[in-house]
Design a protein around this ligand. Structure first.
Ligand SMILES: [Zn+2]
Length: 116
Protein backbone atom coordinates (compact mmCIF):
# COMPACT_ATOMS: atom_id res chain seq x y z
CA UNK A 1 0.00 0.00 0.00
CA UNK A 2 2.19 2.85 -1.22
CA UNK A 3 -0.71 5.19 -2.05
CA UNK A 4 -0.28 7.16 1.20
CA UNK A 5 3.20 8.63 0.52
CA UNK A 6 2.25 9.16 -3.14
CA UNK A 7 -0.88 11.12 -2.18
CA UNK A 8 1.12 13.09 0.36
CA UNK A 9 3.49 14.14 -2.41
CA UNK A 10 0.63 15.04 -4.74
CA UNK A 11 -1.08 17.06 -2.01
CA UNK A 12 2.11 19.06 -1.47
CA UNK A 13 2.23 19.90 -5.18
CA UNK A 14 -1.43 20.97 -5.09
CA UNK A 15 -0.96 23.16 -2.01
CA UNK A 16 2.11 24.85 -3.50
CA UNK A 17 0.28 25.45 -6.78
CA UNK A 18 -2.84 26.81 -5.03
CA UNK A 19 -0.74 29.23 -2.96
CA UNK A 20 1.06 30.47 -6.08
CA UNK A 21 -2.24 31.23 -7.82
CA UNK A 22 -3.97 32.54 -4.66
CA UNK A 23 -6.60 29.82 -4.80
CA UNK A 24 -8.50 29.26 -1.55
CA UNK A 25 -10.31 26.07 -2.48
CA UNK A 26 -9.49 23.28 -4.92
CA UNK A 27 -12.52 21.27 -6.07
CA UNK A 28 -10.99 18.72 -8.43
CA UNK A 29 -7.55 17.46 -9.36
CA UNK A 30 -6.77 15.75 -12.65
CA UNK A 31 -3.99 13.21 -12.32
CA UNK A 32 -2.23 11.26 -15.01
CA UNK A 33 -1.02 7.94 -13.65
CA UNK A 34 1.01 5.33 -15.50
CA UNK A 35 -0.53 1.87 -15.55
CA UNK A 36 2.72 0.44 -14.16
CA UNK A 37 2.51 2.60 -11.01
CA UNK A 38 0.46 -0.06 -9.24
CA UNK A 39 -1.80 2.56 -7.67
CA UNK A 40 -5.43 1.88 -6.92
CA UNK A 41 -7.90 4.70 -7.66
CA UNK A 42 -10.07 3.86 -4.64
CA UNK A 43 -7.14 3.91 -2.21
CA UNK A 44 -5.79 7.10 -3.78
CA UNK A 45 -9.06 8.94 -3.10
CA UNK A 46 -9.29 7.32 0.36
CA UNK A 47 -5.82 8.51 1.44
CA UNK A 48 -6.35 11.86 -0.21
CA UNK A 49 -9.54 12.39 1.85
CA UNK A 50 -7.58 11.33 4.93
CA UNK A 51 -4.78 13.85 4.29
CA UNK A 52 -6.72 16.91 3.08
CA UNK A 53 -8.94 18.12 5.99
CA UNK A 54 -7.84 21.64 6.89
CA UNK A 55 -6.06 22.17 3.54
CA UNK A 56 -7.21 23.96 0.35
CA UNK A 57 -7.87 20.56 -1.19
CA UNK A 58 -10.39 19.40 1.41
CA UNK A 59 -13.24 17.54 -0.34
CA UNK A 60 -11.55 17.70 -3.75
CA UNK A 61 -12.35 14.98 -6.26
CA UNK A 62 -9.57 13.08 -8.02
CA UNK A 63 -9.97 12.51 -11.75
CA UNK A 64 -7.52 9.82 -12.70
CA UNK A 65 -6.45 9.27 -16.27
CA UNK A 66 -4.44 6.08 -16.77
CA UNK A 67 -1.45 6.35 -19.06
CA UNK A 68 -0.59 3.38 -21.27
CA UNK A 69 2.66 1.51 -20.89
CA UNK A 70 4.83 2.10 -23.95
CA UNK A 71 7.84 -0.10 -24.63
CA UNK A 72 10.68 -0.07 -27.10
CA UNK A 73 11.24 -3.55 -28.45
CA UNK A 74 14.75 -4.93 -28.02
CA UNK A 75 14.24 -7.17 -31.04
CA UNK A 76 12.80 -5.03 -33.84
CA UNK A 77 13.30 -1.55 -32.29
CA UNK A 78 9.64 -0.60 -32.73
CA UNK A 79 7.46 0.97 -30.06
CA UNK A 80 4.34 -0.70 -28.75
CA UNK A 81 1.77 -0.23 -25.98
CA UNK A 82 1.17 -3.13 -23.63
CA UNK A 83 -1.39 -3.89 -20.92
CA UNK A 84 0.24 -4.64 -17.52
CA UNK A 85 -2.48 -7.04 -16.41
CA UNK A 86 -2.75 -8.96 -19.67
CA UNK A 87 -1.05 -12.24 -20.59
CA UNK A 88 0.77 -10.63 -23.44
CA UNK A 89 2.35 -7.95 -21.26
CA UNK A 90 5.77 -6.90 -22.50
CA UNK A 91 5.52 -8.96 -25.70
CA UNK A 92 6.11 -7.07 -28.92
CA UNK A 93 3.11 -7.38 -31.29
CA UNK A 94 5.37 -6.83 -34.29
CA UNK A 95 7.99 -9.54 -33.79
CA UNK A 96 6.78 -11.53 -30.78
CA UNK A 97 9.86 -10.91 -28.67
CA UNK A 98 9.42 -10.28 -24.95
CA UNK A 99 11.03 -7.37 -23.14
CA UNK A 100 12.63 -4.08 -23.94
CA UNK A 101 12.94 -0.62 -22.57
CA UNK A 102 9.93 0.93 -20.85
CA UNK A 103 9.37 4.41 -22.30
CA UNK A 104 6.14 5.45 -20.57
CA UNK A 105 3.64 4.29 -18.01
CA UNK A 106 5.69 4.37 -14.80
CA UNK A 107 5.21 7.90 -13.49
CA UNK A 108 2.40 10.08 -12.23
CA UNK A 109 1.80 13.82 -12.17
CA UNK A 110 -0.80 16.48 -11.53
CA UNK A 111 -2.26 17.42 -14.91
CA UNK A 112 -4.57 20.21 -13.85
CA UNK A 113 -6.64 21.54 -10.97
CA UNK A 114 -10.11 23.02 -10.75
CA UNK A 115 -10.51 25.78 -8.22
CA UNK A 116 -13.30 27.83 -6.76
ZN1 LIG B 1 9.60 -6.30 -31.78
Amino acid sequence: MHELPVMNGILRVVIRHAAKHRVSRVTAIALRVGKLCDLDAGWMQHYFDYLTPGTVAQGARLDIEWADVVMHCAGCAREFTTEPKSQGFGICPHCGRSGGEILAGTGYFVKSMAAQ
